[in-house]
Ligand binder design. Structure first.
Ligand code: DX5
Ligand code: ZN
Length: 232
């Protein structure tokens, strides 16, 4: 992996909180802290942009009271520009909007930065990287959806692996070491391929960190090992 490695930032593990055990959330948060996980990934779904509902600013406030782990917040929400202040105030360190959900993307990203959070953009599997050509300097993180968003437990869309490699090349050509996050079916096997292609932020859900039969500590250790191993 010679060329991408030089410009690829270090691996970070983001725990998909929607996949945690909500009847024992505090226990899971402690386990995530002890496992050295880097972020708590909050999936927010509005029932319109995606055909499902998930977390909210209130859920974020509860999580923030219970842990000092930083939150990266993935808004699967139509016209997210309406709620940026709310999510930054609720504790988002990284705030990610979908390219497909906001018309004035550049303005939305600049506003997130003004509010003091790190701006991120998510792309559905069908959306081209080219849509970001003129906003590359405005984002700190690109979230490449590796499944169609909305549900846990789905299978990887294979073409998204090529998209990760293309994105890493696109950033490198501009001299940017922007973080690339992957979300959806980040299994141990897929994580290795994603990291080798240039992904740096791995969202662990039911496919790894919260896989049945594994502990959070064991899942986090293995996820980091396979991803860092794939870089060498
Ligand atoms: C995408 C999902 C993912 C979640 C799924 O809409 O909500 O954010 O991390 O993890 P897996 O695919 O491992 O169940
Ligand atoms: Zn997500």
């Amino acid at each position: 992996m010679g060329e991408p490695v030089a410009t690829t930032p270090p691996i970070k593990i983001c725990a998909s909180l929607a996949c945690a055990d909500w009847l024992h959330l505090e226990r899971d948060l402690r386990a995530l802290e002890e496992a050295g996980v880097d972020y708590v990934h909050m999936d927010v779904m509005d029932g319109t942009f995606v055909p499902n509902f998930a977390l909210s600013p209130d859920a974020m406030r509860h999580v923030r009271r219970a842990t000092s782990l930083p939150m990266d917040v993935h808004l699967m929400v139509e016209r997210p520009e309406r709620y940026l202040e709310t999510f930054v105030e609720a504790g988002a360190e990284i705030l990610i909007v979908h390219q497909e959900a906001t018309v004035h993307l550049q303005r939305t990203l600049a506003r997130i930065r003004d509010l003091g959070a790190r701006p991120g953009v998510a792309l559905n599997p069908a959306t081209s990287l080219h849509t970001l050509e003129y906003v590359l300097e405005d984002l700190d993180l690109l979230l490449i959806m590796t499944v169609n968003p909305g549900f846990t437990g789905q299978k990887l869309v294979p073409s998204t692996l090529r998209k990760i490699a293309d994105a890493r090349r696109m950033f490198a050509a501009r001299g940017l070491a922007t973080d690339i996050q992957v979300d959806g079916n980040v299994s141990f096997e897929n994580a290795a391929r994603m990291a080798a292609a240039g992904a740096s932020y791995l969202v662990g859900g039911t496919s790894s960190l919260f896989a049945p039969g594994l502990t959070i500590a064991g899942g986090a250790r293995r996820l980091r090992e396979v991803a860092e191993g794939a870089r060498r």
